[in-house]
Design a protein around this ligand. Structure first.
Ligand SMILES: Cc1cc2nc3c(=O)[nH]c(=O)nc-3n(C[C@H](O)[C@H](O)[C@H](O)COP(=O)(O)OP(=O)(O)OC[C@H]3O[C@@H](n4cnc5c(N)ncnc54)[C@H](O)[C@@H]3O)c2cc1C
Length: 387
C-alpha cells in the first residue's frame, strides 16, 4: 500500500491525483487548505446567478489541442475569445494594441505611415513584443513603441509587480505583444475556451474517483514533518508527496521568503445588465487599480442573472499574515528570487520522493495550459517512480 499525499486541489494537484487514481489504480489523498477545490480557478454562483471567479478572471488559451481534449473529459467547453479594452487618455483603446490602436492613438494621417512601416519591417509576423518596437532602428516605429511602453506597459507593469520595470522578467513584459493586424483577440492562441458550467464543476468531475479522498480546510504543513531524510505525514512515512503550494512555506522559509504579488479584489454590484464596454478593462494610468472584469459577460448562459458585478483588482505585496493580500497570486521572478528558489529546489531534491508541481511550488508564472501540460508530464515521471 502506497501512501500518496497531494497538497493542493488546483489544476496541478487535481490532475496528478486523477491520473494516479485512474491509470495506476492507487489511492491518493488530496489535502486542500481552502474550503473548496479548484485552486485559483475556483468559481461560484452569487445570489444573483452570476458566476464569479473568486480569485480573478481565468481564460483557457492554448495552441495545443490535447489540453482542450484532456479537459473535455471533465466538462463541456465553449469557445470564447477574450475581448479587452484599455482606458488610455480618457478613451477606450483595443487591447492587444493593434493597427486599430495606432489609428486611435495617432490619428488617421500619421497612423498610415506607422502602419505601413510596421508591415514592411515585420513581414510575416503576427504579434511583436512592444519592447522590440521600442528598440527598432526606424524612428517612427521606435517612437510609437515608446509611446505604448510609456503610456501603458510601464505604468501597468510597475503597478502590477510593485517593482522597478527593469527588474521584471522580460517574459512578463512580452506577455501581450502588439498585433500586426486588426486581430482583436487578447491572445492569438488557436484554442480559447471556457468551461460551460464553470471551472469548479470541471474540478468536481476530475476529482470524482473512488481512489481519491479529499480533505478540505486542512493545512498540510501542520501534518508534514521531515525526519532522517524521510517525509512523514501524520507521523507516517509517505511514499510520495506531490506539493503544489508555496515551496518556501514547505521548508519553513529557511532560505527566506520568496516574493509574490497579491490582489485586493473589490466587487461592485449594479442592477444594470451591462456596465462596462468590454468584459475586461485595463487601467494603466489609474491610481492603484489595474483592471476590472464584468463576469456576466463571460458566462455561457446569463439568462438567469439579475444585474451585473464588476470586480476590480488592486495589486499589492503578498503578506501571509495580512488581512488583505494574504494569497500568493503571482511569483515575482527576479535574479535574486530565482537564486533563492534554486536553494529550495535543491532542498526538495534531497528527499527523492517530493514532486513539486505548479505555479507556487515551481515559482513560475505558469498559465493554466502550461500547468496542465506540466502536470501531465509530472505524472509520467511519477509513474516511473512508482513502478
Ligand atoms: C488573477 C489571476 C488570473 C489568472 N488568469 C489566468 C488566465 O486567464 N489564463 C490562464 O491560463 N491562467 C491564468 N492564471 C494562472 C492560473 O491561475 C494558474 O496557472 C493555475 O491556477 C495554477 O494552478 P496550480 O494548481 O499550480 O496552483 P493553485 O491554483 O494556486 O492551487 C494551489 C492550491 O494549493 C493549496 N495549498 C497551498 N498550500 C497548501 C497547504 N499547505 N496545505 C493545503 N493546501 C495548500 C492552495 O490553497 C491552492 O488551492 C491566473 C492567475 C491569477 C492569480
Amino acid at each position: 500500500m502506497s501512501k500518496i499525499i497531494i497538497v493542493g486541489a488546483g489544476f496541478s494537484g487535481s490532475i496528478i491525483a486523477r491520473k494516479i487514481a485512474e491509470e495506476l489504480d492507487i489511492k491518493v489523498t488530496v489535502i486542500e487548505r481552502r474550503k473548496h477545490i479548484g485552486g485559483n480557478a475556483y468559481d461560484e454562483y452569487d445570489e444573483n446567478g452570476i458566476l464569479i471567479q473568486k480569485y480573478g478572471p481565468h481564460f483557457l488559451n492554448t495552441n495545443k489541442y490535447f489540453i482542450i481534449k484532456f479537459l473535455m473529459q471533465y466538462s463541456e467547453l465553449f469557445q470564447h475569445n477574450t475581448k479587452l479594452l484599455s482606458f488610455l487618455d480618457g478613451q477606450y483603446i483595443r487591447l492587444p494594441f493593434n493597427f486599430q490602436s495606432v489609428q486611435e492613438l495617432l490619428g488617421a494621417e500619421k497612423s498610415e505611415i506607422v502602419i505601413n512601416k510596421l508591415r514592411k519591417n515585420f513581414p510575416g509576423r503576427d504579434r511583436v513584443p512592444v519592447l522590440e518596437m521600442v528598440d527598432h532602428t526606424d524612428t517612427d516605429i521606435s517612437a510609437f513603441g515608446t509611446l505604448l511602453f510609456e503610456k501603458a506597459f510601464k505604468t501597468y507593469t510597475s503597478k502590477m509587480w510593485g517593482t522597478d520595470i527593469n527588474k521584471i522578467d522580460k517574459y512578463v513584459l512580452e506577455r501581450v505583444p502588439f498585433a500586426m493586424n486588426y486581430d482583436e483577440r487578447y491572445l492569438n492562441k488557436d484554442f480559447q475556451y471556457l468551461p460551460k458550467n464553470g471551472f469548479t464543476k470541471l474540478f468536481e468531475n476530475m476529482l470524482d474517483h473512488p481512489n481519491i479522498t479529499i480533505a478540505l480546510e486542512t493545512d498540510a504543513l501542520k501534518h508534514i514533518e521531515f525526519k532522517d531524510n524521510n517525509v512523514l505525514y501524520d507521523s507516517e512515512k509517505v511514499d510520495l508527496l506531490v506539493f503544489s503550494g508555496p515551496i518556501d512555506e514547505l521548508f519553513n522559509y529557511k532560505y527566506g521568503s520568496l516574493p509574490y504579488r497579491s490582489l485586493d479584489i473589490r466587487y461592485e454590484y449594479s442592477e444594470a445588465d451591462s456596465v462596462l464596454p468590454a468584459e475586461i478593462i485595463s487601467f494603466p494610468q489609474a491610481e492603484g487599480k489595474t483592471r476590472s472584469t464584468e463576469y456576466r459577460k463571460i458566462m455561457f448562459d446569463d439568462s438567469n442573472c439579475k444585474g451585473s458585478v464588476v470586480a476590480t483588482e488592486y495589486p499589492l505585496w503578498y503578506d501571509k499574515n495580512a488581512e488583505i493580500g494574504n494569497i500568493p497570486y503571482y511569483p515575482v521572478v527576479t535574479e535574486e528570487s530565482g537564486k533563492m528558489y534554486e536553494k529550495y529546489l535543491a532542498e526538495a531534491k534531497k528527499y527523492g520522493n517530493i514532486f513539486l508541481c505548479g505555479r507556487l511550488a515551481e515559482f513560475k508564472y505558469y498559465n493554466m495550459d502550461i500547468c496542465i501540460e506540466h502536470a501531465l508530464e509530472k505524472f509520467e515521471e511519477i509513474k516511473e517512480k512508482l513502478k
